[in-house]
Design a protein around this ligand. Structure first.
Ligand SMILES: [Mg+2]
Length: 228
């Protein structure tokens, strides 16, 4: 039997991207010029961590200071992010491993289009095919890609036009794995899993394993693939 064709679906916030550090950088830039808006951003961010809902700094700045100001802040943010490493430990190793495996992969991230694209740019991940989704349960979205024969046709934006036998979802939110269909498995990445959607009472399907970081995902996958 030929090897199953794998496709890795990777989360951005708190799995690969240092969301807190990115947010702190953005807030610091706004604080320098518009402390009034910085207060609103902090409130929004706190609320977002508590509830697990995404919130848009872009929309907030645009509303209070206009689009030209938004562009100014974003340019400053990207210039400073270029001097930092906004990727979590193991993320660089993980993407290099995916390239070496010659498998399909993409980022599936929940939130607003503009904000998520800015984070990708800040993290140096603009080259990775990305879908910005409004599905809170990514398992449900993955199920929607499954064909009657059990294979998956992933979203067009992933630019991967082959039938996929096995999807591996990697995410820091336990709730992302709800409704994950047969033929898909996952890794719950715990090191920075902080929001309400990762509380212990959110059940994990038994096809989902726990890993501290993306480095551990690489180790676990190498082990699993060797077992065949
Ligand atoms: Mg996340």
């Amino acid at each position: 039997m030929s090897k199953p064709n794998r496709f890795y679906v990777v989360d951005l916030d708190r799995t690969t991207f240092r969301t807190k550090e990115g947010g702190d950088l953005m807030t610091a830039i706004i604080e320098e010029e518009r402390p009034d808006i910085a207060d609103l951003v902090r409130e929004g961010a706190e609320h977002s961590v508590k509830t697990g809902n995404s919130f848009s700094i872009h929309a907030l700045m645009s509303q209070y200071a206009g689009e030209a100001y938004v562009r100014h802040v974003e340019n400053t943010y990207l210039a400073r992010a270029a001097q930092m490493d906004l990727l979590h430990d193991g993320a660089r190793e993980f993407f290099a491993w995916l390239d070496a495996q010659k498998v399909g992969y993409g980022i599936l991230t929940y939130g607003g289009e503009k904000g998520q694209r800015l984070k990708l740019q800040a993290a140096g991940l603009s080259g990775v095919p990305t879908v910005v989704t409004s599905f809170k349960h990514k398992g449900e979205q993955i199920a929607s890609w499954q064909q009657p024969d059990g294979t998956f046709t992933v979203a067009d934006e992933f630019r991967y036009h082959q039938p996929v036998d096995e999807i591996i979802l990697i995410d820091d939110r336990r709730s992302s794995f709800m409704h994950l269909p047969g033929g898909a498995l996952g890794y719950w990445v715990t090191a920075h899993a902080t929001d309400a959607y990762s509380s212990a009472d959110v059940p994990l399907p038994d096809t989902v394993r726990t890993a501290a970081t993306l480095h551990d995902v690489v180790q676990a996958e190498n082990h699993r693939l060797k077992q065949g």
